[in-house]
Design a protein around this ligand. Structure first.
Ligand SMILES: NC(=O)c1ccc[n+]([C@@H]2O[C@H](COP(=O)([O-])OP(=O)(O)OC[C@H]3O[C@@H](n4cnc5c(N)ncnc54)[C@H](O)[C@@H]3O)[C@@H](O)[C@H]2O)c1
Length: 277
């Protein structure tokens, strides 16, 4: 079961964290995987790109050398799968179109799209929300996923088979204190993904949303420790999840066995959305 041999997956924001775990899990299940990210470790302009992204996290990870797209791709090739690391900013429509055309040309198909790229570094109550970062979060988290979905769509439609997975968040269903822009983009992804489920059903394309809770990635570790502790105490399981907990669901939703599941928002949160007291 859950054999992805012969399928080609494109993962956005695959350099680290959940995206990297998704890439490795898809490859272990047999898929060829294209690892895309705004940051590649070989990029001579890495620092400039990180600064231009306005992301404190991107800058932090760049200075600490936590960017693994090419390493991830090499690990996947070592498993015997085909893989490439490609620089792609999901907000840049021309670049997105060029990358999907390149993947189709070099890999032959685009079967699985994981819209994972996201920003997690903008916190502040409404008075303190930065207008620029509000715009950036919408551009990356929501419009970025729309751009990639649109670029993959006609390939999936032509082959009458496709799997689209949106990395949403519990913040999209529950809201988030001090997370106006982030939770808005994640709620937006739930609407986008359900619409794609309706439009894709007749073409063998499924579209689902994964809503992780508190997952132990580098991005989470870079957050406020006291706030992180309070969030963990909100989970029924009183613990964080691992990136592999999310990646296991990505593999399942991408598999032929999940063909009758579409338009769903599935929480991977250790019960963070339950009435815990
Ligand atoms: N870690 C968690 O607890 C958690 C919880 C809920 C949802 N999520 C979601 O999971 C996804 C991954 O989160 P993570 O914890 O691995 O964070 P992360 O910051 O480690 O990963 C995000 C990736 O997206 C990339 N990225 C940012 N802007 C981009 C752009 N314009 N174009 C292409 N790539 C871009 C970054 O370089 C990075 O590699 C995000 O969408 C996030 O909202 C994470």
């Amino acid at each position: 079961m859950f054999d992805l041999s012969g399928k080609v997956a494109v993962v956005t924001g695959g350099s680290r964290g959940l995206g990297r775990a998704d890439c490795l899990a898809l490859a272990r299940a047999g898929a060829d995987v294209v690892v895309t990210d705004i940051l590649l470790e070989s990029d001579p302009e890495l620092q400039r790109v990180a600064e231009a992204s306005q992301s404190a996290l991107a800058q932090l990870f760049t200075s600490h050398n936590v960017v693994y797209a090419e390493r991830t791709s090499a690990e996947i090739r070592a498993m015997g799968r085909r893989s490439m690391a490609i620089k792609m900013d999901v907000t840049d429509r021309d670049q997105v179109a060029a990358v999907f055309a390149q993947v189709k040309h070099e890999f032959g198909s685009i079967d699985i799209l994981v819209n994972n790229a996201g920003t997690l570094d903008h916190m502040g109550q409404i008075e303190d929300q930065s207008d620029d970062l509000w715009e950036r979060d919408l551009r990356v988290n929501l419009t970025g996923a729309y751009n990639c979905t649109k670029a993959a769509w006609h390939h999936m439609r032509e082959q009458n088979w496709g799997r689209i997975i949106f990395m949403s968040s519990v913040a999209g269903t529950l809201g988030g204190f001090g997370q106006a822009s982030y939770s808005t983009t994640k709620a937006g992804l739930n609407g986008l993904g359900k619409s794609m489920a309706l439009e894709g059903a007749r073409f063998g394309i499924t579209s689902n949303m994964i809503a992780p809770g508190i997952i132990a990635t580098e991005a989470f570790a870079a957050g406020n420790p006291r706030m992180n502790e309070r969030m963990v105490l909100r989970t029924a399981m009183r613990s964080m999840g691992e990136p592999e907990d999310v990646a296991a669901l990505v593999v399942f939703l991408a598999s032929p066995e999940a063909r009758y599941i579409t338009g769903q928002v599935i929480h991977v949160g250790g019960g963070i959305d339950l009435f815990v007291y």
